[in-house]
Design a protein around this ligand. Structure first.
Ligand SMILES: [Zn+2]
Length: 95
């Protein structure tokens, strides 16, 4: 499964929305400049300019950072729930 497939649905523009921008290479509409940048880097790495490639690299870093913080938050939540249960359990036994 390629990254483009995973993110496909997210970048699609609904029929009732006016696309903010479109791909200069294939004309595909996008909801934001950011999505277009991402798409150009994924779908047109051979055709796009160095600037566009650099912009894509930056966007991709942001995406990875978002994912990382998401996983971190999930891990912390699990830990807190676990801690709370352990604490309650200890409290019950101590009482
Ligand atoms: Zn395109």
């Amino acid at each position: 499964m390629s990254v483009d497939r995973i993110t496909e649905g997210r970048y699609d523009v609904p029929d009732d929305e006016v696309p903010a921008t479109s791909c200069p290479y294939c004309g595909r509409p996008f909801r934001s400049e950011q999505y277009a940048t991402f798409h150009v880097g994924l779908a047109h790495p051979d055709e796009c300019s160095d600037d566009e490639l650099a912009a894509f690299d930056e966007e991709r870093d942001d995406e990875e950072y978002d994912l990382l913080t998401f996983h971190l938050k999930a891990a912390v939540s699990v830990f807190l729930v676990y801690f709370m249960f352990t604490f309650l359990y200890a409290l019950v036994w101590a009482g």
